[in-house]
Design a protein. Structure first.
Length: 59
């Protein structure tokens, strides 16, 4: 496994942990934190497909 692939998978695992906290959120496919935001949807196989991931700019 390349370092980049490991880094991506680790980051996705961290985001999934944050998603577990949003089970009762009115829009559970959208998450905004202090440092980042992302949008996801489920593929037909049930796996999550990350459509957008971006870090907020610090002012």
């Amino acid at each position: 496994m390349t370092f980049l692939l490991w880094l991506i998978e680790t980051h996705i695992q961290e985001m999934e942990e944050e998603l577990k906290l949003l089970k009762n959120h009115s829009q559970p496919n959208i998450f905004v934190s202090n440092k980042s935001f992302f949008f996801w949807m489920k593929k037909g196989s049930g796996k999550k497909c990350w459509l957008l991931l971006a870090r907020k700019l610090e002012h």
